[in-house]
Design a protein around this ligand. Sequence first.
Ligand code: NDP
Ligand code: 8X3
Length: 251
Amino acid sequence: MKTALITGATSGIGKACAHTFAQQGYRLILVARREHELVKIAKHLADKYAVAVETLVADVRDNTVLTQVLESLAEDWKTVDVLVNNAGLSQGLDPIDKGDTNDWDTMIDTNVKGLLYVTRIVSGWMVSHKKGHIINIGSIAGKEVYPNGNVYCATKHAVDALNKGMRMDLLPHGIKVTAINPGMVETEFSVVRFKGDEDKAKKVYEGLEPLLADDIAEAIWFVVSRPAHVNINDMLIMPTAQASATLVQRN
Ligand code: NDP
Ligand code: 8X3
């Protein structure tokens, strides 16, 4: 039985990945902060797909708690085949002279340091088992920079660099590393970016058909299900109505 560990599994892309992997018969380790949501999703997937699901309530920014919960897993759960480094967020969309430095800390601590803390532990397990596939969720914001995107774009550029670095470091161990870089996906992402302002968040997707979380989960499944000798290094996935970070066609 294969095992997938997915961070940020309570919403959007992470939740869609949890469904896809459960459907494929993987047992799951799901990580996020919202315990109630996490438990609800775990129960639903366990019932629907008859797979074992472990839930780990943790903030990926807290290395101490994160290490504790990951290391508390039974040894046979540490044979992780797929790690989806998905937990992440954007907060604020302000010019550099007006940005809230707390938002900057949150984005850097979650998108870069949190991803590193998880990877440090799970890649260690993969090295000792000589197998594994790490999927890093980057973004079009890791390929391009757009006005007011400053710090969020910097964190996703960091994910792009880490994706390449991990692949080099883990090459001797036969561990695959892939970046999945989406354009606009309608999830809770914009509600979080605009701090709960749902009307503002809705406007982001007005007049165009954005990607769905399932579109990304499907692409991730394609990547993971390639033969052992094939690795997809990097995938950039955009809505048809989006040509670049800033160029979208609205009706
Ligand atoms: P959502 O807001 O819908 O989901 C984000 C998930 O991350 C939630 O499950 C949330 O769970 C979790 N999360 C956030 N902070 C933490 C934390 N500190 N510790 C643990 N879990 C955390 O957004 P998406 O699904 O869209 O985002 C997933 C990833 O995709 C992010 O890395 C994002 O940057 C990236 N992305 C999104 C795009 C989009 O347009 N939506 C485009 C390109 C990339 P909880 O709150 O329960 O902790
Ligand atoms: C999320 C997509 O374009 O809002 O990473 O940065 S974008």
